[in-house]
Design a protein around this ligand. Structure first.
Ligand code: ATP
Length: 594
């Protein structure tokens, strides 16, 4: 395929935020690609060169790209810098400047652009900056204005077509799996296990739905995390689990999926499939010692512990540590951490994800040689509310945030990428008449007043509505930020600033600054109420009202481990609202008018 055809499609995707329209455009695009081009195009369309977990970054800074553009069009660099200042976007500047220079023949092919970008990403070491500029100039010289715009947006990591994985999966299912519900489920299942859209697409194009049977769990390739539902009380938990369940401590740290290869090489992945190996050298060192029978894939929660009392310490200590990569060694001494393993997905004999949970747990216990830093999550099988309550109290006393109940049924396989009642979380907050914490996506900011003049004073937060594929506001939060926290907000939010309201955000409020939904942070509040201003789960409880969090407060925790679509969903908010209605109902009603 000619790159010109692809960018024409990008223009069409760029012009819409409607999931159905995007799907139609993608289906058409799929029909024009050869199997070899499929993977490359799907990665490129998400601004990637390879699946996210491989961590290949283009790593081109604005200055470098500006230099390449200057070279390609034969203009002095200061002219480019001035033009970028006026347009605000290097891509648009390139488009305008190239309009005056005819592209060198022959026209670019998609595979050539991909190869050029790959070469840019891979250049490293001495002289790599020059090499990157060279590859980029070669592409730009042959590019039409529109092609140049997109090439630059991709290399700078700013291609924002808004095409999310779920929309791509929809398109793949429609094109290759007959558009049936069953077909869509199989396509998503293959993606959940492989985390690689390119692989799924290639298999579908060459072998059809049956080809997806080849997708196997592999060490080194992360699997999408299984997630939990909530329950309002332990009696409900037991009822859903048919009277008997395995309760585990719910550690409040960072989820880690560890892949230990046969030779002991270890790679760690976050919940959003990013490679964490470089961040946690101590785990990379310790895990192969604790897991001598290999290869294995295990999952656990990484939490700081107090070396004297063995108590689990608050999450802030982990986050502080994560923000300070430069002083790893000192922090390791100050804040020792422990990995509490709670599942095994692959063992030396093969994948275990289809096996029932009790079998996986037994295998986990057999495989791990526990030591101070690598342990197995504390577990107890309970069959009564009294036993459950005692275990819950014990977990809180040990410093955990609650318990995870896990199904012991025959069907309790590991459900990659799914949230369901096979795992149920029950946290301490639920017992305090206060809803669970909520992970909100920042979509806007309000200018501060008084002491906060000249800064952002409050943020507009949204939940993700999966059905509508959009973000719906539920609160404006200003408390919980200290001075230092406020001061760093512009830097954190800068990359996501927008001049116009994002089309995939709905709110009755108009902030002073809009942001592309990207940054996720955790808030708590007094309760959820009905609101005519906010749009979360709009009209679900009562026509013309959405759900709002009263007295929201930032907990201090940025959920960098979550992407915008991993934030709390509108449906979850609705469940939380309904689960609190047991409290004096009039409070929420009264708040409706507030
Ligand atoms: P939360 O924000 O409440 O931590 P979440 O949205 O990140 O939840 P959930 O699926 O709701 O994810 O809760 C499961 C999370 O709890 C896991 O992602 C994991 O990080 C953590 N966790 C802690 N202890 C356990 C455990 N014993 N078993 C499974 N998950 C655990």
């Amino acid at each position: 395929m000619k790159f010109a055809e692809l960018v024409a499609t990008y223009d069409r995707l760029d012009a819409t935020t409607k999931r159905l329209e995007m799907r139609a455009v993608l289906v058409e695009l799929l029909g024009r690609l050869s199997p070899d081009e499929l993977g490359e195009v799907l990665y490129l369309s998400q601004g990637l060169l390879r699946p996210e977990y491989e961590g290949i970054e283009l790593g081109v800074a604005d200055s470098l790209a500006g230099r390449a553009l200057a070279d390609a069009v034969g203009a002095p660099e200061p002219r480019i810098t001035a033009a970028v200042r006026a347009s605000g976007d290097l891509g648009s500047t390139a488009e305008a400047m190239l309009a005056q220079v005819p592209p060198n023949p022959p026209p670019l092919e998609v595979t050539e652009v991909y190869a050029g970008l790959y070469a840019i990403a891979r250049a490293s070491g001495e002289g790599s900056q020059e090499a990157k500029v060279g590859f980029l100039v070669a592409l730009l010289r042959r590019a039409t204005p529109t092609e140049a715009k997109y090439i630059l947006r991709i290399v700078l990591g700013r291609l924002r077509l808004g095409v999310r994985e779920m929309t791509i999966l929809d398109a793949l299912a429609e094109k290759y799996a007959g558009g049936s519900r069953a077909g869509r489920v199989r396509v998503e299942a293959a993606y959940n296990v492989s985390s690689d859209l390119g692989l799924v697409a290639r298999l579908l194009a060459t072998e059809g739905v049956e080809g997806l049977g080849k997708v196997r769990l592999e060490v080194g390739r992360p699997i999408r995390a299984m997630l939990a539902e909530r329950s309002p009380d332990l009696a409900d938990v037991l009822e859903r689990m048919e009277g008997r369940t395995a309760l585990e401590y719910k550690y409040d740290g960072l989820r880690v999926q560890a892949h230990v290869f046969e030779d002991g090489t270890t790679r760690l992945f976050s919940r959003r499939l990013e490679d964490l190996s470089g961040q946690f050298p101590e785990l990379v060192r310790d895990l192969p010692k604790a897991l001598v029978r290999r290869p294995v894939i295990v999952e656990g929660e990484r939490d700081p512990i107090d070396p004297d009392t063995d108590e689990i310490r608050p999450f802030q200590e982990v986050s502080r540590r994560r923000g300070r990569k430069y002083d790893l060694e000192r922090m390791q001494e100050e804040v020792p951490v422990c990995l509490f393993l709670f599942d095994v997905l692959l063992a030396p004999e093969g994948p275990l994800i289809d096996r029932p949970f009790p079998e996986r747990r037994d295998r986990l216990v057999q495989l791990v040689t526990t030591d101070e830093r690598i342990r197995v999550a504390k577990q107890q099988v309970v069959a009564s509310v009294e036993e459950a309550q005692a275990f819950f109290d014990e977990s809180i006393a040990a410093g955990c945030e609650g318990v995870m109940a896990k199904s012991l049924a025959d069907g309790s396989a590991y459900r990659a990428g799914a949230r369901g009642f096979w795992w149920i979380k029950y946290k301490r907050e639920y017992t305090q008449g206060l809803a669970d914490s909520i992970d909100g996506v920042v979509v806007g900011a309000f200018a501060g007043r008084g002491r906060r003049a000249g800064r952002y004073g409050a943020l507009l937060l949204a939940v993700y509505n999966e059905r509508e594929d959009r973000f719906e506001s539920f609160c404006k939060v200003g408390s919980g930020f200290d001075d230092a926290g406020l001061a760093e907000l512009p830097k954190r939010l800068g990359p996501f600033e927008l001049d116009t309201p994002p089309e995939d955000v709905v709110s009755g409020l108009t902030p002073d600054r809009w942001f592309r939904p990207a940054l996720v942070l955790e808030v708590r509040g007094a309760e959820l109420s009905l609101s005519p201003i906010h749009r979360a789960a709009f009209g679900e409880v009562r026509p013309g009202t959405g759900l709002a969090l009263r007295f929201p407060r930032f907990t201090g925790r940025y959920r960098d481990d979550k992407g915008p679509t991993d934030a709390t969903t509108a449906a979850e908010l609705l469940t939380l609202y309904r689960s609190q209605v047991k409290q004096p109902a009039r409070t929420s009603e009264a708040a409706a008018g507030a």
